[in-house]
Design a protein around this ligand. Structure first.
Ligand code: 2AL
Length: 172
């Protein structure tokens, strides 16, 4: 019984049927090809090897992947809907924006609207480790980006969110 309890997540991921391995990492990002490639590359000898490969796969991401992934990211300051694992992760990441002063919430909502009007998609930022004021500051800074510069930044944020979530999956 002890042996079962101690069986680590990496071994589980390596040995699980394909659909189970997929469901373990799908909540990290709504880009099916990323999860499929990672599962197809099993087994991994160590978590850092897996993380490194997962990061490498994100280097190929572009406009299509950004739009795919955004369908699963609620606006900053708005709660994720539903009971999916991804929604739960998102709520946790955005916890610093919870219960904030209403002035900040209003400013974020206005900034989000301005961003969406300018770039045509939801403002994406790795919220974990950032306070509400910092997020708002980044939103104002990024509103001054060109469309090309901003896509590069949004993709970098998506990579950070994804790899942080993946770390969470394999944390012992
Ligand atoms: C999110 C989210 O759901 N988690 C995170 O770090 N950022 N959403 C967003 N619009 O940036």
């Amino acid at each position: 019984m002890i042996a079962l309890a101690a069986k680590n997540v990496l071994a589980e991921f390596n040995e699980a049927p394909e659909h189970e391995a997929l469901s373990l990492i799908t909540p990290c990002v709504a880009i099916p090809a990323w999860a499929e490639h990672l599962v197809a590359a099993r087994p991994f000898s160590a978590i850092d090897v897996l993380q490194h490969y997962a990061a490498q796969l994100t280097d190929d991401w572009g406009t299509t992947e950004l739009n795919q992934a955004l369908s699963a990211h609620p606006r900053i300051g708005e709660k994720a809907q539903g009971n999916s694992k991804e929604a739960a992760l998102s709520k946790n990441e955005q916890s610093a924006v919870d219960g904030q002063k209403s002035a900040l919430i209003v400013a974020l909502a206005q900034g989000n609207a301005e961003y969406e009007a300018r770039f045509g998609r939801v403002f994406l930022i790795r919220a974990k480790g950032r306070c509400g004021e910092e997020i708002l500051g980044e939103l104002y800074r990024r509103l001054k980006n060109s469309a090309v510069e901003e896509e590069v930044e949004a993709l970098e944020q998506l990579r950070q969110i994804t790899l942080l979530r993946l770390e969470g999956v394999f944390a012992q």
